[in-house]
Write a protein that binds this ligand. Structure first.
Ligand code: CAO
Length: 453
């Protein structure tokens, strides 16, 4: 039977990625597209799938290996008798096991670009690092001297990814105790350093104005508890939200869009949607409205650069859509929304959301967003304040539409009203900009004929 080599495919621009988990062993039978290993790069994690069904006869990688595009992963003895699409019962069971593991901390999932760099790992992931009293921003004098002399002597060993992360976090590498071979500073060491700094009493960090740590509580003292490790994606999202919350002065503005006519129009598209094997929800109309409003309000389509000295105006309109998945939040990005039809957008949202839930998104598919839409329309609630997905400067939160009485000048008429909330970065967007932008979106949704203009 032919032997097929599985290689690392295009991993979306990642220069090198570490093997962090082997999902199969030699002798395992695999189906087409079954994940073989999990790779983690600086920016994202992804699973490398089998390119054929068969038996794994050789695994060419080990945990910790660094791989680039084209690197050999495994050899598969291609078995013609194995049904490629539908897994055999025992394989299905195996896959269910893999899926149910998805909530464990060891499971790694693709992650959005913006959350990738500052994760604070859970205690169980921490390497054992001896207590070093240098975690505050004001280390003792002797440590300062030691750090400076290490720096001066060029003695800090760290890879380019760790150096980049340290630069982004503003951590002087020479102050981080490396636990790798020959004292090499690892990503975990940086994370440990940052974690310790964050946990230092506020006074130690900034002389009284830092973020006070929340003390740990022994919840078991008050009743039965169960402790589960958080998924990597959850922790990454938490780190990103925290960073955005601390950096961005948020303002949230609320409104309601009268989508009665949109809903009538959408109901009339159901048959056509079936013919096209797709579903049409309010979301693609929303995306279209956002794209037009972004085009008309370029400040919302910008990002801060050079520490706030410059504003980068993007001439493209790429919009991220928050997708709720069993392992956490992901934000695939739809490119050139302004140039796509509502049908194209409906198809793409469904396709990206489905691949997000299957953890098949490439890192590049979660990068480059200019603005984000977070829809809780199916879940309920009449409003929420979304957190800006930095370095974007605004995000739209959509809540569940409901029929409400609206005064039309003569009487109250039942109208389908959809609550929308725009959070924005007040360093860039002023109330007037935000107000104009949100009003434009509401106006476009209330009269969708304008979407075609
Ligand atoms: N009000 C009322 N009904 C709504 C609605 C709204 N604002 N938005 C969607 N719906 C309806 C849809 O029309 C659909 O009903 P019909 O089939 O009868 O038309 C139904 O709800 C289900 O929609 P959907 O969720 O399958 O599809 P979607 O296009 O609205 O959303 C996606 C796709 C990927 C955004 C969504 O599945 C999802 O993951 N949402 C959660 C995002 C999230 O977690 N945000 C919070 C991030 S911050 O923590």
């Amino acid at each position: 039977m032919p032997i097929q080599q599985v290689v690392v495919p295009d991993i979306g621009g990642a220069e090198g990625a570490e093997v962090i988990e082997l999902l199969v062993a030699v002798g395992d039978q695999v189906v087409l597209d079954q994940s073989l290993i999990v790779l983690e790069s600086d920016k994202a994690s992804m699973e490398i799938p089998a390119t054929a069904a068969g038996t794994v006869v050789e695994l060419l990688v080990a945990e910790g290996d660094q791989l680039a595009e084209g690197a050999a992963v495994a050899m598969i003895d291609v078995a013609e008798h194995i049904v490629e699409a539908a897994p055999a019962p025992e394989l299905a069971e195996n896959q269910a096991h893999v899926a149910s593991d998805a909530s464990s901390a060891d499971e790694v999932v693709a992650e959005q670009e913006v959350v990738a760099d500052t994760q604070a790992p859970a205690a169980k992931e921490m390497p054992v690092v001896e207590e070093v009293p240098v975690a505050s921003a004001a280390p003792a004098a002797s440590e300062e001297v030691a750090a400076l002399s290490r720096e001066a002597a060029g003695e800090v060993y760290a890879g380019p990814a760790v150096r980049k992360l340290a630069r982004e976090l503003g951590v002087p590498l020479e102050r981080v105790k490396g636990t790798g071979p020959q004292g090499r500073v690892l990503k975990e060491d940086l994370q440990q350093f940052v974690r310790k700094v964050i946990r230092e009493p506020a006074g130690a960090i900034t002389g009284g104005m830092g973020v006070p740590a929340v003390p740990e509580t022994d919840f078991a003292k008050f009743g039965e508890v169960e402790v589960t490790p958080r998924s990597k994606l959850d922790k990454l999202t938490a780190a990103n939200m925290h960073r955005s919350w601390l950096n961005v002065p948020h303002v949230t503005q609320f409104d309601e869009a009268d989508i009665t006519n949109l809903e009538e129009f959408r109901a009339g598209l159901k048959a056509e949607a079936e013919r096209r094997s797709t579903r049409i929800t309010p979301l693609p109309f929303l995306l279209k409205a956002c794209a037009l409003a972004l085009r008309d309000n370029p400040k919302i389509n910008s990002s801060l650069a050079r520490g706030g000295e410059d504003l980068v105006h993007k001439k493209y309109i790429h919009i991220g859509v928050a997708v709720d998945t069993p392992v956490g939040l992901m934000v695939p990005v739809i490119r050139d929304v302004d140039r796509k039809t509502v049908w194209e957008l409906a198809h793409e949202v469904a396709e990206l959301a489905s691949r997000a839930r299957d953890r098949k998104l490439l890192p590049a598919e979660m990068q480059g967003g200019c603005f984000t839409v977070s829809s809780l329309g199916t879940i309920g609630g009449n409003g929420f304040t979304p957190i800006v997905n930095t370095p974007e400067v605004a995000i739209l939160g959509v809540s569940k539409a409901a029929i409400k009485p609206l005064w039309n000048g003569a009487e109250f008429a039942p109208r389908m009203m959809m609550p929308v909330a725009l959070s924005y970065d007040h360093r860039v967007v002023n109330g007037g900009d935000g107000g104009r932008f949100l009003t434009r979106i509401v106006s476009l949704l209330s009269d969708i004929r304008q979407l075609s203009l």
